[in-house]
Ligand binder design. Structure first.
Ligand SMILES: Cc1cc2nc3c(=O)[nH]c(=O)nc-3n(C[C@H](O)[C@H](O)[C@H](O)COP(=O)(O)OP(=O)(O)OC[C@H]3O[C@@H](n4cnc5c(N)ncnc54)[C@H](O)[C@@H]3O)c2cc1C
Length: 464
């Protein structure tokens, strides 16, 4: 690649101040929240659909990879420019275009931060439920591209359940749109949901329309404390089996509680191995009833104590503490690698037990915590990427955990996506025929193969 020529070309497409090509400017575009780095040739910040169209046409002509990137909170390495090329930063496309109270929809540009939309709709009595723990920084385009979930998705579902339609730039620089504001849609293939979880491999999502719901009247936040993680995991299955659907049902183990309390104290006990953080919402009567039922189940399952947040501030502190878990680990350890295996909910106790055994077998420090209410566990391994011998054990442990998830009828990723972190496990979950169809779909959207190459389908990305 003739860098000077590329710079000149890019500066014809975009304002020169939004074209970065100096090595020192590119340092922060090498990776996301997964600890795998790769050097891009350039990074650009786009502001309009037209700029993206022109970039795509240019990149196709010169066979240059384009890597869509928003807040780069991805935990699977999907933003790493593995084969170089141009990282395309979408954060400046950040306008809320419309909140339609009559139709209960919001239409946004892709770079709008999740929290910005939540706050805007809550101000008028509406609610956008998907709440990845990164919601203060991650974008709605990124949330769609990874099919993000979050602590509050047990009752309400994840990003894809709120996606009503989108606009995207695909191969040839063409703009396509699918879906819209209607509550129902049966007009041909559901292309907008194809983009959910596409991780930038099909093109650029530029605009999204989401369903909104009325803001729940009231909410209760509770903490159930068990002697062991097994007891807490069994209580998760028991709550679900009883037909109660809390908004949030998070499992927190002792290592997580200790790290969070050391970083952002929120009142978690640091000497107990099984904590459930639970939220219920709705009208006051229903909230009271469900809270009582949950307390009964937890006590039946051996909870040593069951506390309810007395004020909204107390409740928010507890939730903020949980959301800060990844930052708390990163604060205390050089490297954190997050697994995302998801199993049918009855398998939660078994998957927790097996992941604990794997950590012990490979002599690694780790936690087994996560969105237990929807079967989504995040075993986190604390390590040091510069310690080769330790990273070999980390890779072996991650692979074993992925196998546990699949053996128990689950998936290797519930919400973070495949990226490069799990691409080597992808063939364990999907047959050759299934993968061939997925890759065929990519070819239709991306005939020149320039959109985020090496992600999902190409093995690699090991940390050793
Ligand atoms: C502290 C922390 C907590 C987290 N908690 C959660 C959680 O609870 N639940 C959860 O699901 N995830 C969580 N994540 C992971 C991450 O926040 C999500 O995957 C999030 O959806 C990524 O959004 P982003 O804006 O950062 O996208 P990025 O990381 O920038 O990009 C993610 C992927 O989407 C693609 N992409 C981004 N924007 C576009 C676009 N407009 N068009 C096409 N492709 C695009 C990128 O190429 C990449 O493949 C967490 C991460 C961190 C660091």
């Amino acid at each position: 690649m003739d860098k000077q020529a590329v710079r000149k070309d890019l500066e014809r497409i975009l304002d020169a101040r939004r074209v970065l090509m100096e090595p020192e400017d590119l340092v922060s575009f090498r990776n996301d929240a997964y600890p795998y780095r790769a050097q891009p040739d350039a990074a650009v910040m786009v502001t309009t659909v037209e700029e993206i169209q022109n970039l795509v046409r240019y990149a196709e002509k010169h066979e240059i990879p384009l890597v869509p990137r928003a807040a780069a909170t991805d935990l699977a390495g999907a933003c790493a420019p593995v084969t170089g090329g141009i990282v395309v930063d979408l954060k400046l496309m950040d306008k809320i275009l419309e909140i339609d109270k009559g139709n209960l929809t919001a239409t946004v540009e892709c770079g709008v931060v999740n929290m910005t939309l939540r706050q805007a709709v809550e101000a008028i009595g509406l609610y956008y439920p998907p709440d990845p723990a990164s919601y203060t920084v991650s974008t709605l385009g990124g949330n769609v591209a990874t099919r993000a979930g979050g602590p509050g998705c047990v009752k309400y579902g994840t990003t894809e359940d709120y996606l009503r339609g989108l606009e995207a730039v695909v191969g040839g620089g063409e703009v396509i749109s699918s879906g819209g504001k209607t509550a129902k849609y049966s007009s041909g293939y559901d292309l907008h949901h194809l983009f959910a979880g596409s991780e930038g491999t099909l093109g650029f999502i530029t605009k999204c329309t989401f369903k909104l719901i009325p803001k729940p009247e009231t909410k209760k936040t509770m903490l159930a404390i068990f002697k062991t993680i097994d007891d807490a995991a069994n209580a998760v299955s028991a709550i679900i089996a009883r037909g109660i659907t809390p908004v949030t049902l998070e499992l927190i183990d002792i290592v997580t509680a200790q790290c969070v309390e050391a970083w952002k104290p929120c009142g978690l006990p640091t000497d107990k191995d099984g904590i459930l953080l639970i939220e219920v919402d709705g009208d006051a009567e229903r909230v009271e009833k469900e809270a009582k039922q949950i307390e009964e189940v937890c006590k039946e399952m051996g909870a040593e104590s069951f506390e309810t947040a007395q004020t909204q501030a107390e409740a928010e502190t507890l939730m903020a503490g949980r959301r800060s878990a990844f930052a708390a680990f990163a604060q205390q350890y050089p490297t954190v690698v997050v697994e995302d295996i998801t199993v049918p909910r009855t398998m939660i106790p078994e998957v927790v037990r097996r992941c604990r055994e794997s950590l012990e077998k490979y002599q690694l420090v780790g936690t087994v915590m996560g969105h237990a209410g929807d079967g989504n566990m995040h075993p986190n391994i604390m390590c040091d990427i510069n310690n080769h011998e330790e990273m070999v054990r980390v890779e072996a442990c991650l692979a074993e955990m992925a196998k546990h998830g699949l053996e128990l009828g689950g998936t290797v990723s519930g919400e973070h996506g495949i990226g490069i972190a799990k691409s080597r496990y992808f063939p364990w979950e999907h047959s050759e025929s299934t993968r061939r169809i997925m890759m065929g779909i990519k070819d239709v959207f991306d005939p020149k193969g320039i959109f985020n190459p090496t992600k999902i389908f190409v093995e690699g990305g090991e940390l050793v």
